[in-house]
Structures are given as C-alpha cells and as structure tokens.
Write a protein that binds this ligand. Structure first.
Ligand code: NAD
Length: 435
C-alpha cells in the first residue's frame, strides 16, 4: 500500500526520535489520532517512563498518555531497529551549541545515521529540530542517500519546524499552524497530508531550507525585539518618570504595527538564546555578518549582569553592603508556570550574584532542586520567616502562583525583573526598566 493511503487510513506506523518537550507531545498527538507510534530515545529513563505510562512533560495530558500506552498505540524504545516497521520518522533531537557558540548538530547526525540503517523505499523522514538552513539537504540527505536510496525518488524528505510553546494552554501541538518544506513537491505533499491529520493548519513553503529559515526568523524576531525593549529599559532607568513597562503596555494598545515584548533578566529556554547563533554561524559561510543577531545577543546576554548590579545598587541605597546581605531569589525556571531550567537567566544571575553576597537562597514551586553550572541548590519554603530573614527578594521568574502583595509586604526590599509586582505601589520595590 502506498504511503498516502496508509496515512489516510491510519495504517502508517509513526516513529518519533527524541521524546523531549517536542517529541513526546508529537508522539501523543499521532497516537491520539489513531496511529501506532514508536518513540525512540537514548535516555533509558524516558523510555521506561513512557512504557510505564508515566508522563514527564507538563504539556502532555498524563491520563491520555497512560491510556495510549495501555492501548498499545504508543510505545518507546532505545533501539533504532524498531524503525524497520515504521513509515514516517520525525527527528526531534536537541540542537545545542558548543562552548564557543557554534552549532552542535551531532544528535541530528546520529539520528540520521540510525535511520539510514533501516531506511527503505517509500519511507518519509521529517526533520523537526531547529537548525540552520541547508541541514536537511546538505547534512541529513547525504547520510540517508549513502544507503543507495535516492531522496525524492525512493524515500521522502522534509523539514517542518516545531513551534510548541511549553506551558501555553491556548496554542498546543494541534492548534499551532505548522510550516512544511519538502525536498520535492511530493515530499511536501505527503508531509502536509500526515500533519493535517493532527494539526489544524499546515502552511507549505517551497523547500526545506525555506522552512528552516522560517523557524530562525521567528526566533531571531523575538530575540531582536526583546533586546530592543531591554535596551530601552536600561535607558528608562536613567530618566525621571519613564517606566518601560507602562510604555510597552501603552504602545500595545495600537491595533496594528506593534507587538509587545517585555524587558527581563535575560533570555532563557532551549530556543531563543541558541537558535540565532545557528544562523550567524551559517551566514559566515556566505561572507555575511548578521549584525542584528550579534547586537541582540550582546544586549540580552548583558541583562543578568545588569540585574546583579541592580541588586547591589538597591541594597546599597537601602544602606546595606552586598557582601553582608542575604538574597532570596524567586523563580528559577526560564519563564513563568513551567519547570524548564534550560538556559534560564535566573541560574546565570545566581551564578553571578552568589559570590558577591553573604547568603543566597531560592524558591521555585516548579523546581524543588537543581544542579547547573556547578551550583547545586534546593528550593526553600516561601514562609514569612524566610522572606523576612532576607535583605532582598529578587523576582527572576513571575510564576502566577506567588502572592506578590504578601511578598512585598513581608520583604525588606524587592528587586523585580518581570513587573510581577505591577499595581503594587511600595517604595520597597525596585524594578528594571524604571528609575
Ligand atoms: N522546547 C521547546 O520549546 C522547543 C520549541 C520548538 C523547537 N524546539 C527544538 O526541538 C528540538 C528538540 O528540543 P526539545 O526541547 O524537545 O529537547 P529535549 O532535550 O527536551 O528532548 C530531546 C530528546 O532527544 C533525546 N536524544 C538526544 N539524542 C538522541 C539520539 N541520537 N537519538 C534518540 N534520542 C536522542 C534526548 O535524550 C531527549 O530526550 C530542538 O532542536 C529544539 O531547538 C524546541
């Protein structure tokens, strides 16, 4: 039976490589739609968790996952040999950067090599990991073609970037439009057909490289705009009576041509701090320098340092030396209401601030403990005694569950990097983005 028919009658066997924030929700979505799905991950603990019906991704419905595993619609393995029985493979592995901020696509390469060992005629391979343009055609394709099979003729190849926004209840895998670029029109069409079974809207572009560039444009757009407001926030801190948060909210009332971005302690997550560097690196191959990307990175990566200076200055204004002060950091996840710590600016702030203060503790209801950058800490309870025993409460992540009025009431000094204390007027509150 042709792949097209197998997709239409739900006979196509789906594989998802990499069962993380992107892969697990995708695997669940396909299984929910009636496909048999195999998840492949090198991390045994994830494989065991899935097979035991145990969820570990906040965006995934735990009950649904258990039901799908029990119904044998979804299973996980660390063995690429299970690809033998699969028709469509999705690569959702990490794309970090190296210590010198060059792309590290080793996981994509090893996934492609794993697929190549079991590639057969008629298979569809879709790369979903965020990466620089030409990865699909110049990295993945040659690896798969070493088998002697030809992309676009013997098997199908496409790139379709993932847009999932962890913690976003409104836009999920199913309700966020997805972009697809096939190597050939047929590759694109088969990918469109498959994704339209689980995603409401599929947007076609003319090539995998266009789809790769689309994802980078989206993330660079965010990075550049966040840098812009961070820069203006620092300007506002020197001026009288200009509060950047108020300014952004006012500008956002314009019904067209403006989209609000907010200042903060720096960029976080697996995407925005990393992806722009992928393009900057690729651009150099074309003797091209992406100045906007570098400039935005410089401003955004400077924010944790700025926050540390702000805390030290605020303590000094309150008559305390940083070296004699105790600081309580609220929120270490990279954004509110999630448990993801990756590239969290709060961790960077803790790393920079710890040696400068007498004591530093943190609370995060989503992160009971962490070990990052050689720092290991446990979340303390957010009791009145804990708040009162610190000289400064530093809000790095604006989790919705915090009672900010109580925090401001009980704290000696609050440094707010997220405007979490919006509407609470107290001389104890110091914010980034205003004097
Ligand atoms: N997290 C997000 O919000 C998000 C959003 C859009 C795009 N992306 C992109 O999607 C990709 C995946 O991100 P993620 O957040 O899901 O990462 P993740 O770290 O949560 O998950 C990746 C998984 O892949 C597994 N893995 C690594 N190498 C492997 C290999 N060779 N074979 C099989 N499994 C392997 C890891 O064990 C891990 O479980 C990245 O390129 C990322 O930039 C992420």
């Amino acid at each position: 039976m042709e792949l097209k028919e197998r997709i239409q009658n739900k006979q196509a066997r789906i594989a998802v490589i990499g069962l993380g924030y992107v892969g697990l929700p995708l695997a669940v979505e396909f299984a929910k739609a009636g496909y048999r799905v195999t998840g492949i991950d090198l991390d045994r603990s994830k494989v065991d968790a899935v097979n035991a019906g145990r969820n570990y991704i906040m965006d995934v419905d735990s009950q649904l996952l258990r039901k799908l595993v029990q119904a044998k619609a979804l299973a996980a393995t660390a063995d690429y040999a299970s690809l033998k029985r699969c028709d469509a493979v999705h690569i959702c592995v990490p794309t970090p950067f190296t210590a010198t901020k060059d792309p590290d696509i080793t996981a994509i390469v090893s996934s492609a090599e794993g697929i190549a060992r079991h590639l057969r005629k008629g298979m569809l391979v879709v790369l979903k990991s965020t990466t620089y343009p030409e990865t699909t055609t110049k990295v993945v394709r040659p690896i798969l073609e070493r088998t002697g099979l030809s992309a676009g003729r013997d098997f199908h190849l496409a790139f379709s970037p993932e847009r999932i926004d962890p913690g976003n209840k409104q836009f999920t895998t199913a309700t966020t439009p997805t972009v697809v670029g096939g190597l050939t029109p047929r590759c694109g069409e088969l990918t469109r057909l498959l994704y339209s079974q689980i995603i409401e809207k599929v947007v076609m572009v003319s090539s995998p490289s266009a789809a790769e560039m689309t994802k980078l444009l989206e993330n660079i757009f965010r990075s550049v705009n966040i840098a812009l407001v961070n820069e203006l926030a620092r300007l506002c801190e020197r001026m009288d009576n200009v509060d950047m948060w108020e300014v952004v909210d006012a500008a956002a009332t314009k019904p067209y041509g403006f989209m609000p971005f907010y200042p903060g302690p720096g960029l976080g997550g697996h995407c925005i701090p990393i992806d722009p560097y992928y393009l900057a690196w690729k651009a150099r191959e074309y003797d091209f320098h992406t100045d906007f990307i570098e400039l935005a990175a410089e401003t955004n990566e400077g924010m944790p340092y700025h926050v540390v200076n702000k805390v030290i200055a605020a303590l000094s204004d309150a008559g305390k030396a940083a070296s004699q002060s105790r600081v309580l950091v609220l929120g270490v996840a990279f954004k509110k209401d999630i448990d993801d710590l990756r590239s969290s600016p709060a961790i960077k702030v803790i790393e920079l601030l710890s040696p400068k203060v007498k004591a530093l503790a943190y609370n995060d209801p989503y992160v009971p403990a962490f070990r990052e950058h050689g720092i290991a800490m446990k979340s303390v309870k957010l009791t009145e005694a804990a708040i009162r025993s610190h000289d400064c409460v530093l809000i790095t992540t604006n989790h919705s569950c915090y009672d900010y009025s109580r925090i401001v009431r009980q704290a000696k000094l609050v440094v707010d990097t997220r405007n979490a204390t919006k509407g609470i007027h107290s001389p104890k509150v110091v914010k980034i983005g205003r004097k």
